[in-house]
Design a binder for this molecule. Structure first.
Ligand SMILES: [Zn+2]
Length: 362
């Protein structure tokens, strides 16, 4: 989502709210709903993995539909499925459904498998920017469906699903979109591992075709290993599927809400802005898997760039100050330098906190 668009959106929604009775504004909120595409992995002639005698396509569909049912209860969310029954949908058609709908988020749900019953846990993928894959097996499993499609050589332009290294990332992912993907992935991963008590295998990068082909922030969740007897036993039950879906749903809805509240404080009305104690600000200019030196020449001349590594993702910041008006200036400098999506991040005692919570936006 483009930051400028969000600012315009926040501006117009502000006017609407002022012009109407507060109760009315809640009922007839003019902001367009958040469009989320839910993608149940595999389907039809492609069963996915068959760990423990189960079918990945069946479990993925059950969990996906439950997530959609819960999200669909909110009027500010529009749910679109790539499939809501046992049909085969090509990977590029899944992405096209999301692109055509101008979705705000694409969420693909799968179950993991590997040759040993010992491997277990949950992992969530964002599209990698590296050609080097951190998890070749998952990339192979989830991309291999392409081989079932007719004319796959033409559709996927020379991409060999059995050789993920051949899958060059020609489509440059917007840094902002990656950042949003990471945010959503981290929230889902944390909530899902908390609720299921499954091992946290982390947020990872993968060159997954279905993520690469969709333009918006996109994540792929591996909700557990069907090849692990304990996780298979949990995931095949209605109750296990419900717990999993509930955890994914509440993380996604938090993500949607959090995103709204961030956009609404981009331009605080009150001047000077009141800031809590022990709060510092930085401007996040990009997030990437590439580990760059913070030399200004790498950042269009921006001075004093710092970086922070979190798993495979490195976030780059400009500025470090407790003065909110100064960080606003740095944000403007960053945008002028070409980092259109640059946004302010707040830290309290070194921990990242929600900007809305630490400044009085008036
Ligand atoms: Zn799968």
């Amino acid at each position: 989502m483009n930051l400028k668009f969000l600012m315009v959106l926040a501006f117009f929604s502000g006017i609407f709210v002022q012009a109407m009775d507060p109760a009315d504004s809640l009922r007839t909120h003019p902001v367009k709903p958040f469009v989320i595409v839910l993608d149940a992995g595999h389907g039809g002639g492609d069963p996915g993995n068959l760990g423990s005698g189960l079918k990945e396509k069946v479990i993925a569909l059950a969990v996906t539909k439950e997530v959609g049912k819960l999200l669909g209860q909110h009027r500010d969310v529009q749910v679109i499925y790539t499939r809501d029954d046992d049909t085969f949908v090509k990977l590029n058609d899944r992405a096209r459904i999301a692109n055509d709908a101008k979705a705000d988020l694409f969420v693909s749900i799968h179950c993991n498998s590997v040759g040993t019953p010992r491997a277990h846990g949950i992992e969530t993928f964002v599209l990698g920017l590296n050609r080097m894959n951190t998890n070749l097996q998952v990339v192979k499993n989830e991309n291999s469906v392409i081989l079932l499609e007719e004319n796959y050589q033409e559709t996927y332009a020379g991409f060999d699903p059995n050789d993920p290294a051949s899958f060059a990332t020609t489509h440059l992912v917007a840094e902002e979109s990656l950042e949003e993907s990471i945010n959503a992935a981290v929230m889902v991963q944390q909530n899902l591992t908390n609720r299921t008590k499954f091992r946290d295998r982390g947020v990872k990068e993968g060159n997954l075709a279905v993520l690469r082909l969709s333009y918006m922030p996109s994540i792929l969740i591996e909700i557990g290993f069907l090849t692990n007897p304990k996780e298979a036993k949990f995931l095949k039950t209605k109750n296990g599927q419900k717990i999993t879906a509930q955890a994914i749903y509440s993380a996604l809805y938090d993500y949607i809400k959090n995103r709204d509240s961030n956009s609404s404080v981009i331009e605080p009305q009150k001047n000077p802005v009141e800031v809590e104690n022990d709060v510092t600000f930085k401007v996040q200019i990009s997030a990437s898997s590439r580990d760059l030196s913070t030399d200004p020449s790498n950042f269009n001349g921006l001075q004093e760039v710092s970086k922070e590594k979190n798993g495979v993702i490195i976030r780059y910041f400009a500025g470090d100050t407790d003065d909110y008006s100064k960080i606003k200036q740095i944000q403007k400098m960053a945008i002028d330098a070409g980092f259109d999506g640059a946004f302010i991040v707040a830290f309290k005692n070194g921990e990242k906190v929600d900007l809305a919570q630490v400044i009085n936006a008036g």
